[in-house]
Design a protein around this ligand. Structure first.
Ligand code: ATP
Ligand code: MG
Length: 338
């Protein structure tokens, strides 16, 4: 098998601030993105998605583990190699209005890396901008406008164009469509699918919404409290989730039928009731109850072992999926849940 473009190995990230206990935002996470593929990272707020993105972008230093791009650890890179890395890995973030300098014309912002990092001559910059704008369905006249003249959806198109002008290998989309109206969201998702396919780009696509992630991703990684709960082919993880947490995410995804939606809601809320002896169900971020499973305090099917022992991520050989759950693991006495 060829080397994955991006490999995250046993990544641990602790945030430390004065007078406070360190927060373990990412807890031994491993994932790989093959060339040309999209890996979706899904989990609720505070599960550590953006921290993983920040570690890949070199914005936070790992407490443990490492990030490799094309097989090379990122922390061993020289200064020049780091600058090259900044070109190869580009990101699109959630807030379309905050991502562009409001006082500069769009062309200035989109051309920044081409001028400063690549030092391209003006005619080449112009050509690259025009090509990238066409790719995202915007006219060349956009370069002479200010960000305030665009809608949220148009600004996300421009943010994608800005990423594309430097011809990256990996795109990181951190909640890139989350602030958009549903119809615009669908357009930008389709755009991301076509741009990444046309360029053979790898994509780390982050969202709290399982249905959005499923649509765009080849594989999905499900994160809870900084830990991988489940991982596998997107269609399979979404349609037949094994982990109780992934099942709750699937139940939370909206469906068009009102009666079905109400039934799912009842099922979801029922699932939130904690099993006897595990304390009240928690609606917020769960501090991993070392040494057990982080999800145990909220899990409707947790057994005693879940509180004592963190489950390893175990693969289902037949499907290429893996689950970190004592109850749902292949071969467990309780057997996999449906
Ligand atoms: N700069 C920081 N200092 C201290 N703690 C932080 C910092 N950034 C994030 N955290 C904490 O780390 C954990 C993971 O946060 P992170 O932003 O990575 O989650 P997320 O999955 O991206 O959430 P969201 O869906 O809300 O964007 C949370 O508990 C958060 O409070
Ligand atoms: Mg985030």
């Amino acid at each position: 098998m060829s080397e994955a473009l991006l490999r995250v190995e046993d990544l641990v990230v602790d945030y430390r601030s004065k007078g406070r206990r360190p927060v373990r935002a990412v807890d031994r996470v491993s994932l790989a993105i093959p060339r040309g593929q999209t890996v979706g990272l899904v989990g609720e707020s505070g599960s550590g998605k953006s921290t993983i993105a920040a570690a890949v972008l070199g914005l936070v230093a790992p407490t443990g583990g490492r990030v490799l791009l094309e097989g090379e650890p990122m922390d061993r890179r020289s200064r020049a190699a780091r600058a090259e890395l900044a070109r190869q890995v580009q990101a699109v973030f959630q807030d379309p209005f905050g991502s562009m300098n409001p006082t500069r014309k769009v062309g200035h912002t989109l051309g920044e890396l081409l001028r400063h990092n690549l030092r391209l001559p003006p005619d080449q910059i112009e050509a690259r901008l025009a090509q990238a704008l066409a790719e995202v369905g915007m006219g060349p006249e956009a370069v002479d406008r200010f960000p305030s003249q665009f809608s949220g959806g148009q600004l996300q198109r421009l943010a994608i164009a800005r990423a594309m002008v430097v011809q990256p290998k990996l795109l990181i989309c951190d909640e890139a469509v989350s602030s958009l109206d549903l119809s615009v969201q669908a357009q930008v998702i389709n755009l991301l699918a076509s741009v990444t396919a046309a360029r053979g780009l790898s994509n780390l696509f982050i969202s709290h919404d399982l249905s959005v992630v499923t649509y765009l991703s080849d594989r999905i990684v499900v994160l809870f409290a900084g830990q991988v709960m489940e991982e596998g082919p997107a269609g399979l993880v979404s349609a037949s989730p094994r982990h109780p947490y992934t099942q709750s995410l699937a139940l939370a995804a909206p469906v068009p039928d009102v009666a079905k939606q109400a039934a799912r809601r009842r099922q979801r809320l029922a699932g939130r009731a904690a099993p006897a002896g595990l304390g009240p169900a928690d609606s917020g971020m769960v501090v991993p109850a070392a040494p057990g499973c982080a999800y145990a305090p909220r899990c409707p099917v947790a057994i005693g072992r879940c509180l004592r022992e963190r489950p390893a991520l175990v693969s289902f050989a037949a499907t290429g999926a893996a689950v970190a759950c004592h109850v749902a693991a292949p071969g467990s006495e309780e057997g996999p849940t449906p």
